[in-house]
Design a protein. Sequence first.
Length: 103
Amino acid sequence: MIGPAAWRSVDDGLTIAVRVTPRGGRDALAAGTPEHFTARLAAAPVDGAANAELVILVAKTFGVPKRAVTIVSGETARLKRLHILGNATVLAEIASALYWPRA
């Protein structure tokens, strides 16, 4: 399955790029540009609250436990790269569905 650069399958799961908007109202993860997903978080970027909320949101969206989601880079930036541990094929299908939902 070939998708945008927003995600990439790796041996033990998936890496995703996410552009985060803290204090964005309600929590939501959606398709963004071909380079990244877009996440809106209610939490403020203070004391890691927005990062913790992002991990919970990504885990819920991809149906994995919180411990399976790790912020790999961009901990203090808006653009972050996350690793999701799990079946790469299943996770890529979920990522694809966020970009191209079935009618």
